[in-house]
Every structure is written in C-alpha cells, then in structure tokens.
Design a protein around this ligand. Structure first.
Ligand SMILES: [Zn+2]
Length: 255
C-alpha cells in the first residue's frame, strides 16, 4: 500500500479542509480495499447526501471516510444527531474509516469501525448551534470512539505501517457475528462486550461483569434491572459466537 497522497491535487483551493478532502478521497479511491469481502478496491460514491463516500463494487458494503491531520482519540465530530440515531435504529450506518495524515500528506493512521459497532451509547449529542448561526438550533453529534470496544476499531494503518488486506479481513471476520445481533439488542450487547474486553482477561466470571453495573446503568437509564440484562447479553454474545459458557457463571472470550 502506497501511503503518499497526490499533493498536486487541490492546489487551487485555499481552504485546508477542501484540499484534504480531495487528496484523501483520491488516495482512498486508489488504495482502499473492502474488509467485508475479497474486493481489492472500493468505488467512490457520488451520494454525498447519505454521507457515504465509498461503496464496494462486489458486496455493496458502504463506507464513510473521515480525515484529519490529527484526531481526538476519544471522539470525532459527525453530522446531525437525529439522522445518526435514525440510521442506527434502521441498521443503515456505513462502515466508518478514520484517517489521519502527516504534514507531508502521508497517511499515518487508518482505523475501520465496522457499521455494526455503532450504538446509541457511542453517539454523543452536541449543543444546538447558537441562534446567530446560519443553521441555528441544529444539533450535531460526536462519535465516541472511546465508547466503542477495541474489537470494533480495526487497524488498517498504524503509525505509517499498513496491515495486509488479509490481516484486516481476518480482524473483520472475527467480529462479524455481531452483525447478526438484532439492532434492539446490539446496543446492550456492544456495551457489555466492551466491559468484558476492559477486564483484560480471557476467562471471567459473572461477578467480574457485575462490577460494571453502575456504569451500564448510566448508559441505559431506562433500565433498572441491570444484572438480569447483563446475563441476557452474555447469552446474546454466546449465540453470536463471541463468548463461550464454561460452567454456570464462568465464561471465556473467543478469539
Ligand atoms: Zn466488499
């Protein structure tokens, strides 16, 4: 993978973000492959209205590309809050590609968040725009990368070193079972899964997961029966092939 962008592009723009958009999209159009199938390339999508930048010509997977010289590791600014929540509810979010580049326009980091890792807990409502703004009252959102399980942040390029397509697809295959979990259950399942990952061990017991009870209650204020919900989600994760039940109250992470 060639990490250098074409710096002859966008020279007529004075706005840095326009230059970045032209160069990163051109680079992605040349270098990106599909993580969800064997396609060696992605096609640039003209459908900007849906915030979809690339589509896989083989499996039709949709990708959104976000680029910046530097990202806040915890959250990135996205579009409208209501539109994002609606997309999550309809299971229509595209895969997210988060790209950062060096002052010399080389791609430094590229992270892929598979579409099925987005839940209400990973979207933060921003304050409405001031009344003096052109779109007064409009409410945007942040995507909370910090709230997404590490399994949901697939490394494509890290500190200037690219993974092979095979490595990226292997990471994707490992978490793909989550796509089968229904949207209604997915939010909880992802939150419980993120907590289990935070334990930092392969084998764990129910009491380990219960230590996140208060945290999970904050994420889901509508539910005051968190312990039964945790047990239910462990079954969801088991059915998705991500957790193995060893014996009553004892579990193992798979993969
Ligand atoms: Zn594909």
């Amino acid at each position: 993978m060639n990490l250098q962008m074409d710096t002859t592009l966008g020279q007529t723009f004075s706005n840095k973000s326009q230059i970045a958009r032209v160069r990163t999209e051109d680079w992605a159009g040349r270098e990106l492959f599909c993580a969800a199938c064997a396609s060696p390339s992605l096609t640039q999508s003209p459908n900007n209205a849906k915030a979809i930048d690339f589509v896989c010509p083989q499996c039709q997977a949709e990708y959104q590309l976000k680029s910046a010289a530097k990202w806040n590791e915890n959250r990135i600014v996205d579009a409208g809050y209501d539109a994002m929540m609606d997309k999550i509810q309809k299971d229509e979010t595209p895969h997210l590609l988060v790209l950062s580049y060096s002052p010399k326009w080389e791609v430094e980091n590229l992270t892929l968040v598979p579409r099925f890792f987005f839940s209400a807990s990973s979207v933060q409502k921003r304050n409405p725009l001031a009344l003096t703004a052109r779109r007064a009252g409009w409410v945007g959102c942040n995507i909370l990368l910090s709230a997404i399980a590490t399994d949901g942040k697939l490394s494509v390029i890290q500190k200037g070193i690219a993974q092979s397509a095979a490595q990226v697809r292997a990471q994707y295959e490992k978490v793909k079972p989550l796509a089968k979990v229904s949207v209604d259950l997915r939010g909880w399942a992802l939150d419980v899964f993120a907590c289990i990952r935070r334990l930092g061990k392969t084998d764990f017991v129910l009491a380990d997961v219960y230590t996140f009870e208060n945290y999970l209650a904050q994420l889901h204020p509508e539910n005051n029966n968190v312990q039964p919900k945790i047990r239910q989600q462990l079954q969801v994760l088991r059915n998705a092939g991500l957790v193995q039940f060893l014996s009553p109250g004892r579990y193992r992470l798979i993969g």
